[in-house]
Ligand binder design. Structure first.
Ligand code: ATP
Ligand code: ZN
Length: 288
């Protein structure tokens, strides 16, 4: 059997750019031009399958792809619908953040889902939610333009993906209950292919390295040694900063890997507490 690894990603849509960037930043080069379903990596023994996101959980469950990138919303819906979908999430990727939420027309006064008609593209997840909360309601499966259904009299409310809320606003809808949060995840078959296992784990480690670095910054600054402790406490997500004595009396340099976002407010606070020559550097990869 070939040791080539196959990774399934969305061909075009909201997941594509970030999925492609993750692969590229992990050192997997490929070009995805035209209508091709398959792209060969130019520098690694990897094939990239470019498909609709809905096909990714089944391709990975069957082992046609060794890894896949898909929204938790799609994975969970398919798992709730079909027992052959056994692919499992192995890494949260931090992009395509959204939530699956119930929304109703602005002028609707009801607050409960009881006896309501709910239009959604996620019928299995909605039914599971209703069952868990012992709510009697009708679920209507709609594949697209779910947000229009209350106005054409098909449904009382909807359950759909929301990110900024702009689509809800544009359709005079208001969210009133959240069902689940979602983001893109890396998925794999329950058991990794034995022959390829080592290489697959290596790829997963690379992805982890890129994801871990996403919010991280490397900070370097100088400060009076008397203020060093206070400054270290202000550094977001820094485990164990390095403190180096400087030639100048009573001054130290502090170097730290901050694993949480470093906002302007933090930098201003550092300065107010005596830090000078503050450098904030991007971090490309972190291997733990
Ligand atoms: P395909 O043609 O591949 O089937 P699609 O139309 O089903 O694409 P997209 O709209 O590209 O899917 O969305 C893909 C995923 O992006 C969603 O399943 C979800 O995980 C995520 N997503 C993030 N924000 C949103 C949003 N505001 N609306 C819809 N999906 C979002
Ligand atoms: Zn889709």
């Amino acid at each position: 059997m070939s040791s080539k690894i196959t990774i399934a990603i969305q061909k075009k849509g909201r997941l594509f750019e970030d999925s492609k960037n993750l692969l590229t930043q992990s050192g997997i080069n490929f070009s995805s031009s035209g209508e091709n379903l398959l792209a060969r990596s130019s520098n690694m023994n990897i094939d990239i399958l470019l498909v609709r996101d809905d096909d990714i959980p089944s391709l990975v469950s069957k082992g046609v792809a060794d890894l896949g990138i898909v929204g938790q919303n799609v994975l969970e819906e398919q798992k709730a619908t079909n027992r052959i979908i056994t692919a499992q999430p192995i890494l949260e990727l931090g992009f395509s953040n959204c939530k699956l939420a119930f929304a109703k027309p602005l002028n609707s006064r009801f607050r409960s889902l009881k006896n309501k008609r709910i239009a959604t593209s996620y019928p299995a997840l909605v039914k599971k939610y209703l069952k868990k909360n012992s709510i009697d309601a009708e679920v209507i499966k709609i594949n697209g333009s779910v947000e229009l259904t209350p106005y054409i009299g098909i449904a009382d409310c909807i359950c759909d993906l929301v990110s900024s809320g702009a689509t809800l606003d544009a359709n005079n809808l208001i969210e009133f209950k959240s069902l689940m949060k979602s983001q893109a995840v890396l998925i794999s078959p329950v058991e990794l292919n034995k022959i390829k296992q080592k290489n697959i784990i290596n790829i997963i480690k690379r992805f982890e390295g890129v994801i871990n670095a996403a919010d991280s910054k490397y900070i370097m600054l100088n400060v009076d040694s008397s203020a060093a402790k206070k400054i270290c406490n202000l550094l977001p997500g820094a485990d164990s900063p390095t403190i180096i004595p400087l030639q100048k009396d009573n001054k130290v340099a502090i170097h730290a890997l901050c694993k949480e976002p470093v906002f302007w407010e933090t930098i201003e606070k550092l300065k107010l507490n005596g830090a000078s020559s503050i450098l904030v550097l991007p971090v490309e990869k972190i291997l733990n």
